[in-house]
Design a protein around this ligand. Structure first.
Ligand code: SF4
Length: 376
């Protein structure tokens, strides 16, 4: 089994009003030096960790804001430095406002075999409220272009709890997305993060949101519609057709090793989590000067490492396999977290069927409360 490789592209055409990701508009002059810095980091990592790669994921930011040749040149560098397994899953995120039939064909030809489209909603007013750069029409066109370019594994990202969204508009978005026949759908609830325009608007009473109860209803309704259409609900926020679970993200949820290349990216190798400088300029400077991009490093050991494996694993609906845990850590789940598990079971948030520990239906809705018990 190979490792996962994440490549962070920290550029966006415009900042969405809710976004606190490490991404910046107006940095076109840094595209080229940034790609060079990435390649340098890939080469350095390959000298330190000689591993096979099973999944590659270009995320951001907006990877498709880079000229397609520049994106594919970074993938080529990974291919030149590591052995990418023949059946590897190679994904790029794409903003529908930044792709064309030609760019998608180039990416597919370069070896990307999965695309994740940030659609969010198929209502113009909702996309405008979010500050997205694309329209519903462009999202549908991007999906169809990706299909025509040869992508047989397409994810659609959707968001719920958006200003002006109603249960009817949410249902309608889901139904119209299903008509496109994607292989995978991810659902995220809008969260208002500090430092974003939405945060200010929310605090000054200018942002009206559907509210947490409506959000919970939207989540349940989506799960009902998507599973009814044949999708498997395999992770809290993720649904897929059989055989199309996202293997890259499963690496994270199983707490397995991954590389993280780029500004602010994190890696987890040999039990150590390392995080790169988040500033794009500082990242480029460090790579250019032959310095390490890493600004923080943390060895995950003992109870802390086991706790992470549990709370990440509980995100998946199959839960944490008790036997797998025993073989990995040489001790049982119960020995380390017996009281926490019993407490959560009493509250109806956890269950232990067939040698696995997993969230109940109620636990899925209150997942963060369950996760807290395994941290610290
Ligand atoms: S496109 Fe994505 S990364 Fe870029 S600003 Fe919008 S939400 Fe953030």
């Amino acid at each position: 089994m190979g490792a996962a490789a994440y490549v962070h592209i920290p550029f966006c055409q415009r900042k969405c009003l809710y976004c606190d990701f490490n991404s910046y508009p107006g940095m076109e002059e840094l595209f080229l030096p940034y790609a060079e810095a990435l390649k340098q980091e890939v080469r350095a990592a390959a000298r330190s960790f000689n591993t096979e790669i099973a999944t590659v994921f270009f995320g951001g930011g907006t990877p498709t804001l880079l000229p397609p040749k520049l994106i594919s040149s970074v993938l080529e560098e990974i291919r030149a430095c590591f052995k990418i397994l023949p059946n590897a899953e190679i994904t790029t995120e794409a903003n529908p406002g930044t792709v064309t039939a030609g760019s998608l064909a180039h990416l597919h030809g370069a070896g990307f075999n999965r695309i994740s489209l940030g659609v969010q909603s198929l209502f113009d007013n909702e996309l405008k409220r979010l500050g997205r750069i694309h329209t519903p029409k462009e999202a549908i066109r991007a999906f169809k272009d990706a299909r025509s370019a040869g992508f047989t594994n397409i994810n659609v990202d959707l968001m719920y709890g958006i200003p002006e969204e109603t249960m009817d508009s949410w249902r309608s978005t889901l139904v119209r997305v299903l008509e496109l026949e994607p292989e995978h759908i991810s659902l995220y609830s809008l969260s208002v993060e500090e430092g974003t325009p939405f945060f200010q608007m929310y605090n000054s009473g200018e942002l009206e949101l559907p509210g947490s109860e409506a959000e919970a209803d939207m989540y349940e309704e989506a799960a009902r519609i998507l599973t009814g259409a044949g999708f498997i609900h395999y992770e809290i926020s993720n649904f897929a057709r059989p055989g199309f679970f996202c293997r890259h993200n499963i690496t994270y949820w199983k707490n397995q090793p991954y590389f993280g290349f780029g500004a602010g990216a994190a890696s987890f190798l040999g039990g150590v989590r390392r995080t790169n400088a988040s500033s794009v300029q500082e990242y480029i400077r460090r790579m250019g000067a032959g310095e390490s991009p890493v600004v923080s490093e943390e060895a995950l050991e003992g109870r802390m490492a086991m706790g992470e494996t549990i709370f990440l694993g509980l995100r998946m609906l199959c839960g944490v396999d008790e036997q797998e845990f025993q073989s990995r850590y040489g001790t049982s789940l119960r020995k380390v977290f017996g009281p926490e598990i019993d407490g959560l079971k009493r509250r109806g948030l956890l269950e232990e069927p067939d040698g696995a520990l997993r969230l109940t239906h109620k636990g899925l809705l209150l997942a963060n409360e369950a996760f807290c018990q395994f941290l610290g």
